[in-house]
Design a protein around this ligand. Structure first.
Ligand code: DGP
Ligand code: NA
Ligand code: NA
Length: 213
């Protein structure tokens, strides 16, 4: 069939956006919704700070360590690679994964520092491609107003403006965009509709694909 000839599987749904765009709130609500429908679903996030690579990233983000920009880029990528095989097993066993940040954050944040975009994309090649990327769109100034930023390294308005620009270069027609300035419940509803279709198509056996596709 056109929808694919593989086995039924879970969907890989990625949420992207600036810091304070509401991704974490929305991914939590989406998890509750999909579980409520009886779908096996897990919420993941990158960076995954629980691994040893993740601890190096966490220490860098809290400015407890300094690292060369290229080095930290590769650590973020390694942090996704170390979860790749588990990710594939989960999807193939029918579990849908909602992922709070993925390779697009990797490219957007590092290219915002001035690193070459193709260099930034290279280490992500071969990771599993999301079935859907939802971008929660918020002007950097609005995000900064939301209870302010924490004190992590990237949570500065000037830098977030650059990240916003990088995301604009990166996203294509396959991304779904949601206006993140709407009321929480409106965003939640729109997300539910988008993701329900995606989950259905993956259940029908849409084949897995790989970055960058
Ligand atoms: P979070 O835990 O979602 O708040 O992410 C921590 C910070 O790290 C946030 O400012 C976004 C940034 N970030 C997430 N993924 C990557 C990545 O792959 N590369 C870089 N350079 N930064 C990232
Ligand atoms: Na953050
Ligand atoms: Na977040």
């Amino acid at each position: 069939s056109r929808s694919g000839n593989g086995d039924s599987r879970g969907a890989l749904v990625v949420l992207e956006g600036l810091d304070r765009c509401g991704k974490s709130t929305q991914s939590g609500r989406l998890l509750t919704y999909l579980k409520g429908l009886g779908h096996s679903t897990e919420l993941w996030r990158f960076p995954d700070r629980t691994t040893s690579v993740g601890q190096m990233i966490s220490s860098y983000l809290s400015s407890q360590s300094q690292l060369d920009d290229h080095t930290v880029h590769l650590l973020f990528s390694a942090n996704r690679w170390e979860k790749r095989s588990l990710m594939e097993r989960k999807l193939k066993s029918g579990t849908t994964l909602i992922v709070d940040r993925y390779s697009y954050s990797g490219v957007a944040f590092s290219s915002a520092k001035g690193l070459d975009i193709d260099w930034c994309k290279a280490p992500e090649i071969g990771l599993l491609a999301p079935d859907m990327v939802v971008y929660l769109n918020i002007p950097p100034e609005k995000a900064a107003e939301r209870g302010g930023y924490g004190d992590e390294r990237y949570e500065k308005l000037e830098f977030q403006r650059k990240v916003s620009h990088s995301y604009q270069v990166l996203h294509d027609a396959s991304w779904k965009m949601i206006d993140a300035c709407q009321p929480i419940e409106d965003i939640e509803k729109q997300l539910q509709e988008m993701v329900s279709d995606c989950v259905r198509i993956c259940q029908k056996g849409k084949p897995l694909s790989f970055l960058w596709s």
